[in-house]
Design a protein around this ligand. Structure first.
Ligand SMILES: [Fe+2]
Length: 170
């Protein structure tokens, strides 16, 4: 049986995942405006992934017989100091999401709600990958600097990213 408290926490996470998608789209818009089409495309893929996360929660709540509640969310940040700054903000955001997932797992464990505990394990693993992915990109920026030919090459590299929901590990 899904408690009201756990249902609300799961619904809140749906809102956070959609809000994440919006934040990444905002970063995509900023990068495109700076002329970095590859970084922009990368963040669009990231936004797709966040919508996929939101829908995983959506279907899970439905399967449990709870009613999904779609809530609004604040405007995302729209201006950034540089393209490197967008990736630093993205990493900080993923650390925030990791905390949300961990808090949700703590709640599910305190209620001994095994389906949610099991469901969340995928997200625990996913957050490790998300943080690692952004850390790796920031490491590259630290090597090549904020501007110049290296950034042009990195833009080309990250523009190759694709997203497919099944077996997604990006
Ligand atoms: Fe997510």
């Amino acid at each position: 049986m899904l408690s009201e408290k756990l249902l609300k926490a799961l619904n809140d996470q749906i809102t956070h995942e959609f809000a994440s998608a919006n934040l990444y789209l905002s970063m995509a818009a900023y990068c495109a405006a700076q002329g970095y089409e590859g970084f922009s495309s990368f963040f669009i893929m990231q936004a797709e992934e966040e919508r996929f996360h939101a829908m995983k929660f959506f279907h899970f709540v439905n399967e449990l017989g709870g009613q999904v509640v779609i809530s609004g969310y604040p405007d995302p940040q729209q201006e950034f100091a540089s393209v490197k700054d967008t990736f630093e903000k993205a990493l900080a955001h993923e650390k925030f999401v990791t905390k949300l997932i961990n808090d949700l797992l703590d709640l599910a464990e305190s209620e001994k709600h095994r389906p949610t505990i099991s469901f969340l394990q995928w997200f625990v693993d996913e957050q490790v990958e998300e943080e690692d992915s952004f850390n790796t990109i920031i490491d590259k920026f630290n090597i090549i600097g904020d501007t110049g030919p290296g950034v042009y090459m990195l833009d080309k590299e990250l523009g190759q990213r694709t997203f497919s929901p099944e077996g997604s590990d990006q």
